[in-house]
Ligand binder design. Structure first.
Ligand SMILES: NC(=O)c1ccc[n+]([C@@H]2O[C@H](COP(=O)([O-])OP(=O)(O)OC[C@H]3O[C@@H](n4cnc5c(N)ncnc54)[C@H](OP(=O)(O)O)[C@@H]3O)[C@@H](O)[C@H]2O)c1
Length: 237
């Protein structure tokens, strides 16, 4: 699809993968609506994107405040009128097992990683025109493809996103709105880094941004509905 004069909303744009996607789309001169809780960090990202020639608005917002999502989209509508690309990227990691768990943390992860996504998407769809280069990118995780001990709630939220995304593709394909779900392995961000991991061997946030760019530029006749991205070499030390 052609990217000029398009508008994208990116959640979790204040750092990490969302920030990298914002900068990449700014390079394409796409108008940007950036969502995250940290206003100062959003301002910094917005400033960098503006330097690349993009029109940017920031929306400091906690996506777990789910009942206020319609008012967030209302503000985006006032600023941009229309939306073409939605990147559902904001997310949190939580470990868990039934014996040592903070159920408030589990509910928070479910709200942010999954419930906020479908609430935001349903609202955002009202701004995405049919038959005009729409795209929805859902950032799941390799934990949305395979399970592991202690992954009870994180895997559950990312598997849910996988199922949701594939169904959404079926619902939107005749409107010519592309939908993909991305499943990264370890990415070099605050969420992904760990003492046992070599950062230089992790996927870099910019690698995810290039993948999104490639997806968006795919001709209108095709759609990569699922994209798995693994580190080329194992990042384990
Ligand atoms: N890093 C990895 O290894 C990895 C691997 C697979 C999948 N992922 C997925 O990739 C996505 C992005 O993660 P990342 O690695 O870039 O992590 P990150 O650096 O921790 O960034 C997370 C982003 O989400 C935003 N966010 C967190 N809680 C929020 C809330 N309640 N409301 C609104 N925004 C919120 C944060 O902004 P504020 O703090 O400003 O709110 C931040 O911009 C997540 O969905 C994650 O599950 C990451």
């Amino acid at each position: 699809m052609k990217l000029d004069n398009k508008t994208a909303l990116i959640t979790g744009a204040s750092q990490g993968i969302g920030r990298a996607i914002a900068l990449d789309l700014a390079n394409e001169k796409i108008n940007l609506a950036l969502v995250g809780r940290n206003k100062e960090k959003l301002k910094e990202v917005a400033h960098e994107c503006e330097k690349l020639g993009s029109k940017v608005k920031i929306y400091p917002f906690d996506l777990t405040d789910i009942e206020k999502i319609p008012s967030l989209i209302e503000k985006v509508k006032v600023d941009f009128q229309v939306l073409h690309i939605l990147v559902n990227n904001a997310g949190t990691y939580v470990d868990g097992n039934p014996f040592e768990s903070d159920l408030k943390e589990w509910d928070y992860a479910l709200d942010l990683n999954f419930r906020a996504v479908y609430h935001l998407t349903n609202q955002a769809l009202a701004l995405i025109p049919d038959q005009d280069s729409g795209a929805i990118i859902n950032v799941s995780s390799i934990a949305g493809q395979m399970t592991y001990k202690g992954g009870e709630i994180y895997c559950a939220t990312k598997f849910a996103l996988r199922a949701y995304s594939n169904c959404l593709f079926e619902s939107l394909r005749e409107k010519n709105i592309k939908v993909t779900c991305i499943y990264p392995g370890f990415v070099n961000t605050e969420l992904g880094r760990g003492e046992n991991l070599d950062e230089s061997k992790m996927i870099q946030p910019e690698d995810i941004a290039s993948t999104v760019n490639f997806f968006l530029k795919t001709p209108i006749t095709a759609c990569q509905t699922e994209i798995i991205i693994r580190p080329q070499r194992t990042p384990y030390k």
